[in-house]
Design a binder for this molecule. Sequence first.
Ligand SMILES: [Zn+2]
Length: 127
Amino acid sequence: MDVWNESCAACGATGSPLTKLSLGKDFFGRSYDRLSPLSDQNQKWYCAPCSMHKNLQRDVRDIRAEFDKLRAGHGSELSRGDEFRRASLRLQEIMTVLSATHQPSPFLSGHDVTLLMERLNTLTMPV
Ligand SMILES: [Zn+2]
């Protein structure tokens, strides 16, 4: 679904096709409707690069939340080995995307992602 008469909610770009981001599932495959109905109702329009970055931000946020739970000793998606590996790979992927784009992401700083990767690396990978 594209719209032309709005401006991007993140960078203010106009005149390019904008997408209303549907949150759908989170990084761990859980539905957002259940977790955060409010944020899903308040959808904004984003241009293509910004919606891509918004997705990256969402993944980083989900992974960080699960990391915090794991470290606090609560049940966490990251306590499963395959999810832990998938999350580590995803963070590497995100770093690659961030360092390949010329403009800084409107939502994410590479420093935050690096920090989260380092924190993940301090944990023993669950089996
Ligand atoms: Zn934008």
